[in-house]
Design a protein around this ligand. Structure first.
Ligand SMILES: C[S@@+](CC[C@H](N)C(=O)[O-])C[C@H]1O[C@@H](n2cnc3c(N)ncnc32)[C@H](O)[C@@H]1O
Length: 243
């Protein structure tokens, strides 16, 4: 078997011009143009092998999805998964790969996320099983550190939300404290998301499948960021709870 080296993988993903965005900074403020519509844009930051974002894009065709990761190999794996999830036939593939109208993969380092998106360009950020960086001296690298959350606040729109899932209790505690310290409103907090079994409508990530399969608790919460999202949330709270 011929093993493809790093160069081969880079060539593979560079060829996939329809699906893979290598020059994200060039699209800052122009992602709607790239998708060809003004539908909301949801991004998974640190998508890994891309199962979640591919399945979400299939399930919700009127939302544009962007999967972000910094490793060539993961972008390539994600593009293979997207092809299978969207049942793309070989004859649909051209020199520049295949097109899924509401899905893009972006090779990028999240540390500079504000250089890829203009203010208010995204509606939702998904942080699924982000690296927990357990050592205190690495706290700034956690994707829920206030330094990162400030950037998400900037690029999210009036309906903006952050949705977080993790198996890591320490990252979850850190994240809740980080959101609370920033005065952000959280909702639907769960310490054991799959306590009653995995709901058939729930879209799983690769890590979630692995950890839930090992019997580990999955923690989840939503952070309400945008003004309109907050107003809708407060309005909902003001209504009497259904019996
Ligand atoms: C633990 S994996 C989780 C993957 C996937 N979300 C899941 O739940 O199966 C974390 C991912 O985040 C990516 N990642 C971590 N830090 C990143 C950064 N600064 N920029 C881009 N990707 C990053 C890693 O490459 C890895 O694929």
């Amino acid at each position: 078997m011929r093993l493809r080296g790093r160069k081969g993988i880079r060539e593979d993903i560079e060829r996939q011009k329809e699906l893979v965005v290598m020059n994200a900074k060039d699209h800052k403020g122009k992602w709607a143009e790239l998708f060809g519509n003004n539908n909301p844009i949801h991004a998974e930051l640190g998508m890994g092998k891309g199962r979640f974002i591919s399945e979400m894009s299939k399930k919700y065709p009127h939302i544009n999805f962007i999967g972000v990761d910094m490793y060539d190999e993961l972008i390539r794996k994600a593009s293979e998964k997207a092809k299978v999830a969207h049942e793309i036939q070989s004859e649909e593939e051209t020199e520049s790969g295949f097109n899924i109208p509401n899905l893009k993969f972006m090779l990028f380092n999240i540390e500079h996320i504000e250089e890829a998106f203009a203010d208010g360009e995204l509606e939702r950020v998904y942080l699924n099983f982000s690296d927990p960086w357990p050592k205190k001296k690495h706290a700034r690298r956690r994707l829920t550190h206030p330094g990162f959350v400030e950037k998400y606040k900037q690029i999210l729109n009036a309906n903006g939300e952050i949705h977080l899932k993790t198996d890591s209790q320490s990252l979850f505690e850190f994240s809740l404290n980080s959101f609370a310290d920033m005065g952000l409103r959280m909702r639907n907090i769960s310490l054991n998301l799959h306590v009653d079994g995995i709901h058939p409508d729930h879209v799983m990530t690769e890590y979630e499948t692995k950890f839930a399969g090992q019997g580990m608790n999955i923690h989840r919460c939503e952070v309400v960021i945008g003004q309109d999202a907050l107003a809708a949330h407060l309005d909902q709270l003001s209504k009497p709870a259904a019996e």
